[in-house]
Design a protein around this ligand. Structure first.
Ligand SMILES: O=P(O)(O)OC[C@H]1O[C@H](OP(=O)(O)OP(=O)(O)O)[C@H](O)[C@@H]1O
Ligand SMILES: O=c1[nH]c(=O)c2nc[nH]c2[nH]1
Length: 189
């Protein structure tokens, strides 16, 4: 998606050897027009898969998933990373290591919000080592629903997540795939 790549070239900032900061438009301050273009692009890529629900993980996936859900006209649900009294007792659970936070979270989705008959599109802002996507796939599989694929805004191709998921046969569609960082510049695959 050239529009997205241009925006990453313009406003993305490389931090250290493996972090791309896109907080000015994607996961802190949000450019809603860009989000709409992303939602439309995921719709075009997955519209023939009979999607009935969009699933993501808090926090950064929520804004993207909400807009994607508008294009599909289906509900969106996000996995919660913390326990709280307003979460149902009956949940599907998995475990996700966050590489940006160096912390493992138990993630949970209420059993009420995924049915066996659902066809689920997983979306997220980043794919790095694939832990978040794997945790969400684990939850979908526990529920007996079908996962139609994983839509990612930015895949860091130099980390293993994309390879791991594709080797498992998952339909991963990434709108921008980064091959490497070179002199603080982003080089796309
Ligand atoms: O492929 P992975 O190695 O799992 O990395 C990708 C995940 O990492 C980020 O989440 P983070 O843990 O930073 O939480 P946040 O959404 O609250 O920023 C991002 O939003 C993805 O969910
Ligand atoms: O803003 C982000 N930048 C990254 O490089 C990254 N990797 C996983 N999650 C991420 N979030």
């Amino acid at each position: 998606m050239e529009y997205l790549k241009d925006r990453i070239r313009k406003d993305g900032r490389v931090e250290g050897k493996d972090i791309l900061k896109v907080d000015s438009f994607l996961n802190h301050q949000i450019d809603v027009a860009l989000m709409n273009a992303i939602g439309e692009e995921f719709y075009q890529r997955f519209k023939d898969h009979g999607v009935t629900k969009i699933l993501t993980i808090e926090a950064s996936g929520i804004a993207i998933a909400a807009i994607v859900a508008q294009y599909f006209k289906v509900p969106m649900v996000f996995a919660k990373k913390t326990e709280s009294r307003n979460l149902d007792a009956e949940t599907y659970e998995s475990s996700v290591y966050s590489f940006t936070k160096d912390k493992t979270y138990k993630i949970r989705v209420s059993k009420k919000y995924i049915q066996e008959t659902d066809r689920i599109l997983i979306v997220d802002d980043f794919l790095a080592n694939g832990k978040a996507a794997n945790g969400l796939i684990d939850i979908v599989e526990q529920s007996g629903a079908t996962h139609c694929g994983v839509g990612i805004v930015i895949e860091k191709g130099f980390q293993d997540g994309g390879k791991i998921l594709r080797n498992k046969g998952v339909n991963v569609q990434s709108l921008a795939i980064i091959d490497r960082f070179e002199n603080q510049k982003v080089i796309f695959a």
